[in-house]
Design a protein around this ligand. Sequence first.
Ligand code: 13P
Ligand code: SF4
Length: 365
Amino acid sequence: MNAPVPSSLESLYQCSDQELDQRIQAAKDRLGDSVVILCHHYQREEVYKFADLTGDSLKLSRLAAERSQAKTIVFCGVHFMAEVADILSGPEQVTILPDLAAGCSMADMADLPQVEAAWKELGRIIPVDTQVTPITYVNSTAELKAFCGSHQGTVCTSSNAGKILQWAFAQRPKVLFFPDQHLGRNSAKRMGIPLDEIVLYQPELPMGGLTEQDIHRARVILWNGYCSVHQMFQPAHVTLFRQRIPDIRIVVHPECSMEVCDLADDLGSTEQIQQIVQNAPPGSRFAIGTELNLVNRLKHQLTDREIHFLCPTICMCSTMFRIDTQHLCWTLENLLQGHIVNRITVPQREAHLAKIALERMLQVR
Ligand code: 13P
Ligand code: SF4
């Protein structure tokens, strides 16, 4: 089959699912090893089935850094993930996000001017440079990773947050953790930090809504950010499942609130959740508190386990969902013709500093 002339994105919405699948597969076959398709576990099934490699944020960061033979990384995830791939991949490699509108609402909850203002404000109360390690959750812009890189800080993901906090406390007595308050609180609490030493900084309020005393007492200063998908899971959902199915195992993502996480049997990143369910004996029953596409996939793959979605309503990452087969097809067919569409390029200085922060993270095992 000849390589089709890349259609306009709009026209691909007229194609049947079958035609799109055939065209994506044909483009993928022709592009061969020059392209690697990375997919996050929340990706919709129609796209996920074309992944060369899948994973959680940490695994995908490592994979992006290792796939030096691929000229192009097509990242089916959200914007911050593609930025990390661009930062960690080689200078000759190109990273593409098939739909540039695939962002992360949590990552949008902290920007550089706000974090710099907070740093300055805290600096009026305590010597931040010697007392505070900034940690950004990977769900953040590259410029916040660069901020951490230039302030002796680092990055964490949902699978290594506890270890990264330990690393941070070996450097300095306090941590400023952004943007996800829940991952920060759940991880700090699990390492034994009392709740009165964990405070919440609200960027819209003077001094984050904290007193001088709060700031002196705090070991962990959390940013007031959250994931709109994971905030849907409630303690009552856990209680209801326990009443209905006494031997149910509740597994949730640490972006869920502390009240939900405290009631769960296990917490884990998307990769860890997948492993927990895969490694359980047939017949095991689970209620899972994370994005719907991953839970549905596990349900379809592991039919000898009983798998429930923890929330009675649909909790989907609507931005991740923007990456569809039309965008994937359009991206690949353009590549076949030598056109790069939707490239993610982190400016050089920012990428350099962000890489320092990311490499500090990758060294912590
Ligand atoms: P993972 O690192 O667990 O894949 O999580 C990323 C994410 O955005 C969860 O909402
Ligand atoms: Fe961001 Fe939440 Fe989507 Fe994860 S699920 S990418 S934190 S909006």
